[in-house]
Design a protein around this ligand. Structure first.
Ligand code: PLP
Length: 419
């Protein structure tokens, strides 16, 4: 009863009042009535009015095998049928942790949580506990989750919808956060030198997905590793986007640099709420209950999420030799095709891509002051994304166009996008 119909570029879509206003739901953040998904299979999504879309959002990344992967769903169904009570230790959690240790370089211990945000909060608390220091160094434009202290000075227009002052995030929560420039080791060294013996950790997105898939320059991650060692701080790599994506062993495998602690989310749960903090045993062992750094979560390690995660990572490990080269090939077709199409049309774009994640900027200087750009371009975004919807394409609207590819995208789907 509380729904009404609207017509958007020929698509009849039902609008449900109150459905707007969530930053990560499809399209509401560009001021378009969101698409309400009804069902999904592979690379396709159908809305509640039966309109079909090709999905290049993939739930903001987790669905690397596409929607409705039978192995993950079977594992979950099987767990539900067993009716095991929640809150007890579950075998799948231990198996999943062991599996992650075996595929991710440098990972010796894993602690399950329920999201990427929880994972990064836990990693930072652990770094503070291990070092007895308070300050953290993060990078402008890197996003690590939606808790107050992680949004601070984040330049996280993704989270704040381009509004620089985030109500509720105060200077007090910012005081321990020092902000460096991504791909600029000098800026990190200066911060260390300004507060020697006070920095607990450097946290970095090894490939900055939230700045629009900006890759680390040669020597940047290695340089961070060295600076952390020199100043006695922990290096935390936030692999929430890169983990199990840029390689089975994530960015640490791809770039050959190991962190002390790292965080995973997104892909690990295949759409179910799974995140983890992971890393060297000598640091991880400080987590409660064995160690003194508090960590707990009522729903952490719940059996349904753990079975989903276990099925997902097992399948990734089994299919890695086929999957990752395939995703890279599809990425080359799609993003290479976009570059070609833009140059033929005389449109200036910057296309960044690494395997199954990529982005398209329509501004010439993409990473400069995009918070301002995001606000002023909002109307243009709305027109643009309505047109995308009209073509039956779901693409993550942001200050740039973020695209996630999955194993379920066929060459035909890629060609449909390019067309
Ligand atoms: N870290 C990075 C690099 C992310 O991209 C995100 C989310 O997009 C997070 C952390 C937060 O993860 P979650 O949204 O699961 O809390």
């Amino acid at each position: 009863d509380h729904s009404r119909s609207t017509e958007v570029f020929g698509h009849a879509r039902t609008v449900i009042p109150g459905g707007v206003n969530s930053p990560v739901r499809a399209f509401s953040n560009v001021g378009i009535d969101p698409v309400f998904y009804d069902r999904a299979q592979g690379a396709q999504v159908w809305d509640i009015d039966g309109n079909a879309y090709l999905d290049f959002i993939c739930s903001w990344g987790p669905m690397i095998f596409g929607h409705g992967d039978p192995e993950i769903l079977d594992a979950v169904r099987c767990q539900l049928d067993r009716g095991v009570s929640f809150g007890a230790p579950c075998e799948a959690e231990v198996r999943l942790a062991d599996l992650i240790c075996s595929v991710a370089p440098g990972v010796e211990e894993v602690r399950m949580v329920s999201s990427g945000t929880e994972a990064t909060m836990t990693a930072i608390r652990l770094a503070r506990g291990c070092t007895g220091r308070d300050k953290i160094i993060k990078f402008q434009g890197n996003y690590h989750g939606h808790s107050d202290s992680l949004l601070v000075s984040a330049g996280s227009g993704v989270a704040t919808l381009g509004i620089p002052d985030t109500p509720g995030v105060t200077a007090a929560t910012a005081s321990d956060t020092m902000v460096a420039t991504y791909n600029n080791l000098d800026s990190v060294r200066s911060l260390f030198e300004a507060a020697p013996d006070q920095v607990a950790c450097v946290i970095v997105e090894p490939v900055s997905g939230n700045m629009g898939v900006v890759a680390p320059q040669e020597g940047f991650l290695r340089g961070l590793r060295d600076l952390c060692d020199q100043f006695g701080a922990l290096l935390i790599m936030d692999e929430v986007i890169t983990g199990f994506r840029v390689a089975l062993g994530g960015a640490q495998q791809l770039f050959g640099v190991s962190a002390d602690l790292c965080t995973y989310g997104k892909i690990i749960g295949g759409g179910f709420p799974v995140g983890c903090v992971a890393g060297r045993e000598r640091f991880m062992s400080n987590l409660a209950p064995a160690g003194s750094v508090y960590q707990a979560g009522t729903l952490s390690g719940n059996p349904v999420a753990m079975e989903a995660g276990l099925a997902q990572i097992r399948k990734l490990a089994r299919e890695a030799d086929r999957l990752y080269p395939q995703l890279q090939r599809k990425s080359d077709v799609l993003f290479g095709g976009l570059r070609d199409a833009a140059s033929q049309a005389g449109v200036q774009v910057q296309v960044n891509a690494l395997g199954s994640v990529g982005t398209v900027f329509f501004t010439p200087d993409p990473v400069v002051d995009w918070q301002t750009a995001a606000r002023s371009d909002r109307d243009a975004f709305a027109v643009y994304f309505r047109a995308m919807l009209d073509q039956g394409l779901l693409i993550a609207p942001s200050q740039f166009e973020a695209v996630f590819l999955s194993d379920a995208h066929t060459d035909q789907h890629l060609q449909a996008f390019l067309a």
